[in-house]
Design a protein around this ligand. Structure first.
Ligand code: FAD
Length: 471
């Protein structure tokens, strides 16, 4: 942390209070940026974070089994924007940042029990080769895709779904064969509803600026990655290391676990009612949780806002970690990378990541992600049923007959927002209405990006937009 922040640590003056509800990465990083800003501006501010569960971190949790480390929820952060890397540096974690599993570099589809490389939309030679050699598109479908530079631009403004954009520019064949399985497997979202503006702004921009994706690929600068390290990264000690470091750094803040908030109301300042009946007053209120939970808290204080927030839909996700002995997994056909089912196959998951061998070379880790939206009903199946489904799949498809040494199943109800078309318009309405409520800010994965890096970025931006002093 900077020297200025330490000013606050040396001179904590009681004065204004900020309450942040939600102790995931969004809430803790908001508390960090808020404390930092208050200290820099010599503004006396006590920051309290309320977390309903018995731990901080939300979706970020690192598990250990014997000597083996794995993630229960999120497993990597995107290094292409600097926010997470900057936060890691401020927390003294820069030496701990390492590249995550190579699975993120290799996307493969599974169809008719065979693995196929999926071309990306980067316009690289390898992507073009994968596309031209793919057995999943007919000659005519390939011709339709290659006609892309001749397709006129969309005249209407406003948002569009990913499915509509890809069909329009690259044809139904390309959409069906590659984009649909990728969107369902990687984003765990239905591309027919998925907002292009919110999730793939660069595709939209490419069409606007160059009139065609192909022309924008030729102009490589438009596809150059943002600053930072354009890779998926993690921490040597696991992603929860970021949470531990934040909690340590926030020593001067009041961090309360097992403190669910029931309601928030506004009466010349915020009144925060806890589930245990206590009420606390605050000048600043940060809601750093999923939008539906935030909607419930504001039901009485801000019914209009609450309605808009409740319209942001979430998906429930289960993750399955499987550890095998290396000798129990036949080498043939495995080491797949990031695997998504391409339809027609009865897969018990939306995507399967091959994390590869442990550093001692003795064990292998695979991670399955199960989305309730993509596989309705699966989230509510018993652990035993999910384990059995995974075992049958791995045995049938990859000849893995041995039982895993260790299986962990985690469930995240209503955890992954579904950015549907018109999402940003709704978020803008929410942000505009929120301005009527002094000291109120929203952050979290339901608004302007759901990745870890997006959450940290939003926390920083939300906090920098607050008005100091408050009175
Ligand atoms: C299974 C899964 C895998 C993912 N993998 C990746 C990945 O690999 N890389 C990536 O970049 N992103 C990934 N994401 C997305 C990213 O991890 C999340 O969007 C991000 O961590 C969300 O952080 P958050 O703090 O906004 O929310 P959360 O982590 O959900 O934290 C919100 C917290 O608020 C608390 N809370 C809720 N209501 C109340 C209340 N009334 N009172 C007090 N506390 C309350 C909750 O208990 C929770 O701890 C993944 C998401 C999921 C679900």
């Amino acid at each position: 942390m900077t020297a200025q922040v330490n000013v606050q640590k040396r001179n904590p003056r009681p004065g204004h209070r900020a309450v942040i509800i939600g102790g995931g990465i969004s809430g803790l990083s908001s508390a960090f940026f808020l404390s930092q800003r208050a200290a820099e501006e010599h503004f006396p501010l006590r920051v309290t974070v309320f977390e309903a569960s018995n731990r901080f971190g939300g979706v970020l949790r690192t598990l250990t089994h014997e000597d083996f480390r794995m993630e229960a929820g999120a497993d990597a952060f995107y290094g292409g924007q600097n926010d997470t890397l900057d936060l890691c540096s401020k927390l003294g974690l820069q030496e701990d940042v390492i590249e995550s599993s190579p699975c993120f570099r290799r996307f493969v589809g599974l169809k008719n029990k065979q693995l196929y490389p999926i071309p990306g939309l980067s316009g690289s030679f390898s992507d073009i080769f994968r596309f031209l050699s793919s057995p999943h598109l007919s000659f005519f479908e390939k011709c339709r895709t290659l006609e892309e530079p001749l397709v006129p631009c969309r005249k209407e403004g406003g948002d569009e779904s990913l499915a509509s954009f890809i069909r329009r520019r690259l044809g139904q064949g390309f959409y069906q064969a590659f984009v649909k399985p990728l969107a369902q497997g990687v984003c765990m979202m239905d591309p027919e509803h998925l907002s292009l503006e919110a999730l793939f702004p660069r595709l939209r921009q490419a069409e606007k600026t160059y009139g065609s994706l192909a022309r924008s690929f030729l102009n490589k600068t438009s596809w150059r990655k943002e600053k930072g390290r354009a890779e998926f990264l993690t921490l040597r000690q696991g992603l929860e290391g970021l949470i531990h470091a934040l909690v340590r750094e926030l020593g001067e803040c009041e961090l309360r676990k097992l403190s669910p908030v029931r309601q928030c109301s506004y009466n010349e300042g915020w009144e925060i009612s806890m589930e245990d009946g206590t009420v606390l007053r605050a000048d600043i209120l940060g809601l750093a949780m999923n939008a539906c939970d935030a909607s419930n808290l504001l039901f009485e204080a801000a019914p209009g806002l609450s309605r808009e927030l409740s319209a942001i839909r979430y998906d429930s996700i289960a993750t399955v970690n499987l550890i095998y002995k290396v000798e129990d997994v036949p080498a043939q056909g495995l080491d797949f990378g990031f695997l998504v089912p391409m339809g027609g196959e009865r897969c018990p998951f939306s995507s399967l990541k091959w994390f590869g061998k442990t550093s001692d070379g003795k064990y292998l880790l695979m991670r399955a992600f199960l989305s309730e939206t993509m596989l309705p009903g699966i989230f509510h199946e018993s652990d035993e049923m999910l384990k059995q489904r995974m075992r049958i799949f791995l045995s049938d498809f990859f000849d893995v007959r041995a039982k895993p040494l260790f299986t962990d199943i985690e469930r995240y109800p209503s955890a992954l927002p579904q950015y549907e078309t018109g999402h940003f318009e709704r978020v803008e309405r929410i942000e505009k209405t929120a301005l009527q409520y002094p000291g109120l800010f929203f952050t979290g994965n339901g608004f302007r990006g759901f990745g870890i890096t997006d959450c940290i970025h939003q926390a920083r931006i939300s906090v920098s937009g607050l008005q100091f002093p408050l009175f």
